[in-house]
Write a protein that binds this ligand. Structure first.
Ligand code: FAD
Length: 368
């Protein structure tokens, strides 16, 4: 039967495209599988990972440990290194054949390239860069209650709605928009790395995960590009998304930038091997490299400890850090919005406060 994305009753199951690089699964895969597990449970459907690559069968079961019931593996030498042509062809083939209801892709550089290409070919909608997903209406209404200013009780929701509700920041982060794709399937979404929380790995579930090898049909005509060589950037980038401790600086370090950065590094070190990050203007001013930006247009982080030094707490900054386990803010202005999300707030000049924090931490360590 021909593929028709409008025959929505033919589509079942929640799928996650699982990205591998050099045969290694990415953290985003585990985050998405963990989140999609909840969606599959809400929908009462199966959770399936789709893994493309060359000799990648051996890593498939690991996805089961985070919640996948099954992993479909497309294994072919043409899929060893990512190319838009080969990956889009193979992913669309398997989607057209098996018809998933939902297809989630990490909003990584590869996902941002692959997702729209597939959505175009599959004639369906894609919501890019989502930060929240729901299927069940009760869960969605609760989300609105907790995270929005909508008067939920005066709304007339269709509680039987089973569309994927895809929420993302819009208009520069000033509002959140929930988007649905009611007439076509699969509902496609790219999801911001670092936003969804990874579940605990469960070896028994990994062992029980079903792996299906799916035949790859790819011809020379399908491939318009050829990878001659992969040259990796020699620039060492910092892993903010995976960091447990982050000390971030903002424009509050302006009066002595070098000293401000040094204090942040020393505080990060004292707290136990933390990394230094910054608000957007500190990156725009060239004080810190781009990979260190936290916020809506930077990284979304949720470390165990996030220290904000001289950061006002604009909505676009908070969007990237407000889910941190513990937030400590130092700001000379007691009305700074960062204090609204801080667990501990210190009103004062960071150049006076931070040296005191470092000494107190070091003293506490020696006293142990
Ligand atoms: P400021 O707002 O200038 O705040 C500096 C703070 O330092 C003030 O609160 C001040 O009281 C305090 N201060 C000054 N001196 C001291 C001192 N000596 N000791 C202690 N405190 C002191 N921003 C991001 O961070 N990340 C993003 O991803 C991002 N994306 C954006 C996307 C869009 C579409 C737009 C429109 C904006 C975006 N922004 C982003 C910018 C954002 O709106 C703010 O302008 C920015 O976060 C402000 O940075 P800041 O807090 O460092 O600076």
């Amino acid at each position: 039967m021909a593929y028709n994305s409008a025959n929505i009753e033919e589509f079942h199951d929640i799928w996650v495209f699982c990205e591998q690089r050099d045969g290694k699964l990415q953290n985003t895969d585990f985050e998405l599988i963990s989140e999609a597990r909840k969606l599959a449970d809400q929908r009462g459907s199966k959770l399936v990972g789709v893994l493309l690559g060359d000799h990648v069968e051996g890593i498939a079961k690991e996805l089961g440990g985070y919640g996948a019931d099954k992993v479909i593996v497309c294994d072919d030498p043409s899929l060893k290194v990512y190319t838009t042509d080969a990956y889009a062809k193979v992913l669309c083939d398997v989607v057209m054949d098996k018809k998933p209801e939902v297809l989630l892709i990490g909003a990584t550089t590869i996902g941002r390239d692959l997702g729209p290409r597939c959505a175009g070919r599959l004639h369906t909608g894609l919501t890019a860069d989502c930060t929240h997903l729901d299927i069940d209406m009760n869960t969605y209404v609760q989300f609105l209650r907790d995270a929005s200013t909508i008067d939920v009780d005066s709304q007339n929701f269709d509680m039987a709605d089973t569309n994927l509700k895809m929420t993302r920041p819009a208009f520069g982060g000033h509002l959140m928009a929930t988007i649905i794709c009611p007439r076509f399937r699969p509902c496609m979404s790219t999801v911001r790395p670092g936003v969804m929380k990874k579940a605990e790995f469960d070896q028994a579930k990994a062992d029980a995960c079903e792996v299906e090898m799916y035949p790859v049909h790819i011809s020379a005509d399908d491939l318009k590009t050829k990878v001659l060589e992969v040259v990796k950037s020699t620039k060492k980038t910092v892993d903010l998304v995976g960091a447990d401790i982050i000390v971030a600086v903002g424009m509050g370090i302006s009066k002595d930038v070098e000293k401000g950065k040094k204090l942040a590094e020393e505080l990060a070190e004292a707290l136990g091997g933390g990394v230094v990050a910054g608000s957007r203007p500190t990156i725009e001013n060239g004080w810190l490299t781009e990979d260190r930006q936290v916020g809506q247009t930077g990284k979304t982080v949720h470390p165990k400890i996030y220290v904000a030094l001289g950061i006002s707490g604009a909505i676009q900054h908070k969007a990237g850090m407000q889910d941190s386990d513990l937030i400590i803010a130092v700001n000379s202005n007691s009305a700074a919005p960062i204090f609204e999300v801080a667990d501990y707030g210190i009103v004062g000049d960071l150049f006076d406060v931070v040296p005191k924090m470092i000494s107190a931490i070091n003293e506490a360590k020696t006293a142990e």
